[in-house]
Write a protein that binds this ligand. Structure first.
Ligand code: NAD
Length: 316
């Protein structure tokens, strides 16, 4: 598995990262056995980056991931763990007091002494000024205390990244995690990459399958996309299937093509999905992408290109 550097952190992440939200049962139930086997196979296949949050499954994902990582018996510096703070089953709280308590709770659930990356989770749901003036300074302190090696922010609307990065001292943030904006149906993150590079932050792209839109079985019931976007993606998946191709493989490979993005986080809940996603990355490296099917899928998705959905609160 190819490794790419994450901004100025010195971390080298596998281009395919393990998104652990499915381990919180957010895409259907996953047994602990299946979770352990998926994490183990991912690690053995060269995936060294694991992303979770206290929000996923109301802390379940952190607990299950922590157990699975411990069971690997691998040296702590052989894998990179990212978690988040500020978003919980109970709601959002970006106060310094809450995020400081949050990392202690996360470390206990993950059975770790530190995380590699701590990110404010979905900041568009809080006051961005509070994130700039209170949350990030608290995260800087946690970094100094050795609880997290690097810090970052995550969210859906791309404008949040420049809002925050333009207001914190240069070099304060190490990472941004964007999701659903560098997929075959939405490439809007690409336009922001030059700006993010000038800010020196590492870029993580999550949800290359658009949280299930780009799968044969379709998205979960809670998926926020419009009916128009859902049916266009379904048409693309059906087209691939009729050709004997797999939309998820094509979609993951498409996201991996952008080398400015360090790692693509795909949610995985079974050994089969790990196998498929690792094979997709290997095949891309040896044979390239299926250009013909890609252009057909792009044509089907053209009417909904870059269509997203609202997320967060109106900022004053
Ligand atoms: P995704 O686009 O990766 O899709 C995940 C869905 O696709 C799941 O249902 C999974 O079971 C399925 N899947 C995975 N591989 C497949 C395959 N080969 N064939 C068919 N189906 C397959 O969406 P995601 O899980 O939401 O995102 C990935 C990860 O990124 C998350 O787990 C999380 O760690 C992170 N993330 C973070 C944020 C944030 O911080 N705000 C937001 C979204 C995602």
């Amino acid at each position: 598995m190819e490794l790419r550097e994450l901004g100025r952190t010195g971390l080298k992440l596998s281009t395919v990262g393990f998104g652990a939200s499915p381990l919180g049962n957010v895409f259907g139930d996953v047994s602990e056995e299946q979770a352990n086997a998926s994490v183990r196979l991912a690690f053995q296949s060269g995936i060294n980056f694991f992303d979770t949050s206290p929000y996923y499954g109301g802390t379940l994902s952190e607990k299950v991931l922590g157990k699975a990582l411990k069971a690997l018996g691998a040296p702590r510096n052989s894998y990179v763990v990212a978690t988040k703070c500020g978003r919980y089953k109970e709601g959002f709280d970006f106060s310094a007091e809450r995020v400081t308590r949050s990392i202690e709770e996360s470390l206990e659930r993950l059975q770790l002494d530190y995380v590699d990356i701590l990110q404010c989770h979905d900041i568009e749901f809080g006051s961005l000024d509070q994130v700039v003036n209170e949350t990030i300074p608290a995260l800087v302190k946690l970094k100094e205390a050795g609880k997290a090696r690097f810090i970052g922010i995550t969210g859906l609307p791309l404008g949040i990244f420049s809002y925050v990065l333009d207001r914190v001292p240069p070099g304060t943030l190490d990472v941004v995690l964007s999701y659903c904006h560098y997929c075959v149906n939405d490439t809007s993150l690409g336009d922001l990459v030059p700006y993010l590079k000038t800010k020196g932050v590492g870029i993580i792209n999550a949800s290359p399958l658009s949280m299930g839109l780009l799968t044969e079985s379709g998205p979960p019931e809670w998926h926020p996309a419009s009916l128009e976007l859902k049916s266009a993606c379904q048409a693309a998946a059906t087209h691939c299937k009729e050709k004997g191709k797999n939309i998820s493989k094509l979609a993951l490979q498409y996201s991996l093509l952008n080398k400015e993005i360090t790692s693509v986080l795909v949610g995985m809940k079974s050994v089969e999905q790990v196998e498929e996603n690792v094979a997709a990355a290997r095949e891309l490296a040896t044979s390239g992408i299926d250009e013909e099917t890609l252009s057909e899928v792009e044509a089907i998705l053209k009417p909904v290109k870059n269509q997203s959905w609202p997320s967060g609160i109106q900022q004053s």
